[in-house]
Write a new protein. Structure first.
Lengths: 169, 455
């Protein structure tokens, strides 16, 4: 097992702060560098239901992306036809309520966090707020470097109030 | 002074009549006045004259497969509960208690034999009947249950597994309402006796665009693809955008419905399959289930988008479930739910053929969601370009100048599109593109409903 030492917690907190800074600053190539090749980035579809276990219908998702899809998205953002993000939204994300758990060992940790993302598009006066919980699998290698292996994003909203998910969460 | 000013302002019906009269004059010239896209009077009239009048799509029978199942849906802005009762009958009920208006259902789905109001406890069966209240004998001895059931849509019908309802007691049958659109829907969904069903609940997201823009776009706007979605071709996840319009047919069906066909064989080379379905899917299709003319349409000019008036559209196209993997064909249902003047919720389902194995369905779902969903690489651009019309409609300058939008493409003297006189199917076939006969017909029908229903 991989114990949660202060060093581990510090490395994970630094990692989450680092990627938040990269994403808010539009440094997407650098951000992709923090992902493991086998990354799974997923946003399950959520509905309003009496029981919590019924809120996430099996197999339904808004996004379910591997590295090839994420790279294609970056390629698309690099074209001059990326109207959803032209110009890129100005975002500020707060990542907090971090809770680290052991996962399967071998330096793999399950990291829970809350994300509060402010997004203002184009020259809008209005803004959108995307609140979510994230369950990450983060691997720390022998040199102490972190990689994001899996990110599961649990949106607070069942009906999304931002018109698209053209920003990474 | 204030009283005087208030009296001198035209009333709602005059303001409405004014816009509708101007719309009639403009539409005949292929123009659409900007005013109709974010106007509170127009919006309120649309709810009454179109959404409370038309047959409105509510979902699929397979979304409520068991007795007692229900789902909360919309007719216009109204919340309704679609239930399956103990006799397997489907009902569409207004989602509020007749006693004081409290919402009876707060979840998207569930299973209940009855609905109990959380305020004073009135109880209704899932077929809408009033069946009781606390202290009934002391409180409501004389109450006639027949008068206090939930409001119930007078007409509910299903077609190819899709549930529709109309709130108009005098509505035509669903088949009469759909007319020639039903014929095309068979070509799309009835190639296998098992039919189609949605994979999961709808993906829902708020778009600051008018519901009509979605309906009109998916009814036949092949012209925007190369620009609005140009990025998808640039990154080599789609092809043929530059020649798309040269191979298109606008099928314009009376009643505001329309379909946009494309000659896939000329665009991508003949492969002998419909909609470019790979052989492992194609082999399940039995084209003899549909008539010979419709077979010809799905083989040569299959519709890739279309709209059922007022606010249901579909899309069938292909793309990889992940870049580098072989393309999968996806079928996406989308509903443009009006939520206020100039804004809507976009509801999107991905459908599978019920014969598909798990992998085929998963690939189709992944390809569809990658393209058309709240994160879709096609759709996210639509959600932004559609924000313009309501903004323009709120512009004092635009209104002062009596601005109209242009829908003249393909009209006489404008381009190459002509009416195919040899077309023997329902409605009209206009070819080739680019053209906007579907969009003009959509707004003409919208106008006729707004004017005639308002009388």
């Amino acid at each position: 097992m991989s114990a949660i030492t202060p060093d581990v917690e510090f490395a994970i907190r630094q990692f989450l702060g680092h990627e938040a800074m990269l994403l808010d600053n539009g440094r997407l190539e650098d951000w992709v560098g923090l992902l493991a090749e086998e990354i799974l980035y997923e946003i399950p579809l959520r509905i309003s239901a009496r029981k919590r276990e019924d809120e996430f219908p099996k197999g339904a998702f808004r996004m379910h992306e591997d590295m090839a899809m994420i790279r294609k998205r970056l390629e698309r953002m690099g074209t001059s036809e990326n109207w959803a993000e032209d110009p890129a939204s100005r975002t500020v994300r707060t990542v907090g309520s971090i809770f680290v758990e052991e996962d399967k060992g071998n330096g793999l940790y399950r990291v829970h966090s809350a994300l509060s993302l402010y997004r203002q598009r184009a020259i809008d006066r209005a803004y959108e707020w995307i609140p979510a919980r994230r369950i990450d699998r983060i691997r720390i290698d022998a040199e102490g470097k972190c990689r994001l292996v899996r990110r599961t994003i649990i949106l607070a909203e069942t009906i999304l109030q931002t018109p698209n998910l053209a920003v990474f969460l | 002074m204030v009283m005087h000013a208030a009296q001198s302002r035209p009333g709602i019906s005059e303001r409405l009549d004014d816009i509708l009269a101007r719309t009639r004059g403009e539409l005949d010239r292929g123009l659409v006045p900007v005013n109709i896209f974010a106007n509170a009077d127009i919006f309120d009239a649309e709810m009454e004259r179109i959404f409370a009048k038309s047959w409105v799509f509510l979902g699929f029978e397979s979304e409520i497969p068991d007795k007692g199942d229900f789902m909360q849906r919309r007719i216009g802005r109204d919340s309704v509960i679609v239930t399956r009762d103990a006799k397997n009958e489907i009902h569409v009920l207004a989602n509020f208690c007749r006693h004081r208006g409290t919402k009876l259902c707060q979840t998207d789905v569930g299973n209940q034999s009855h609905f109990r109001c959380p305020y004073h406890g009135w109880v209704f069966k899932n077929n809408g009947d009033w069946i009781g209240a606390p202290d009934k004998s002391k409180a409501y001895k004389g109450l006639d249950p027949k008068d206090w059931g939930l409001l119930k849509a007078p007409h509910v019908e299903s077609f190819l597994g899709m549930i529709f309802a109309s709130l108009d007691p005098d509505a035509p049958t669903l088949m009469d309402y759909l007319g020639g659109a039903a014929w095309f829907m068979r070509g799309l969904m009835d190639l296998h006796p098992g039919g189609m069903s949605p994979m999961g609940p709808p993906d829902r997201y708020k778009v600051r665009g008018d519901w009509k823009t979605g309906s009109e776009n998916f009814g036949g706007d092949g012209y925007h693809v190369g620009v609005a979605h140009g990025s998808v071709q640039t990154i080599q996840l789609a092809q043929g955008f530059d020649v798309l319009n040269n191979y298109s047919t606008h099928y314009v069906i009376p009643g505001g419905h329309s379909f946009l066909g494309h000659d896939f064989d000329s665009m991508f080379g003949p492969d002998g399959h419909v909609w470019y379905y790979p052989p492992d899917i194609q082999q399940h299709f039995d084209l003899d289930r549909i008539d010979p003319l419709l077979q010809d349409v799905v083989k040569k000019n299959p519709p890739i988008v279309g709209t059922i008036f007022p606010n249901l559209s579909f899309l069938r196209f292909f793309g990889p479930p992940s870049p580098g993997k072989p393309p999968a064909v996806y079928t996406s249902w989308r509903q443009w739910q009006p939520s206020g003047p100039g804004e809507m919720e976009l509801w999107s389902w991905q459908l599978k053929w019920n014969f598909m194995d798990e992998q085929q369905a998963a690939d189709s779902y992944a390809a569809g969601q990658f393209g058309f969903s709240s994160a879709g690489i096609f759709e996210q651009d639509d959600t932004v370009v559609w924000e313009g019309a309501p903004e323009a409609a709120r512009s004092v300058w635009a209104r002062k100048e009596n601005i109209s939008f242009n829908m003249q493409m393909g009209m006489d003297g404008m381009g190459q599109q002509t009416l195919d006189e040899s077309w023997e199917g329902p409605g009209e076939a206009w070819r080739p593109g680019p053209g906007e006969p579907s969009q003009r017909a959509f707004y003409q029908h919208w106008l006729s409903q707004m004017v005639e229903t308002g009388k």
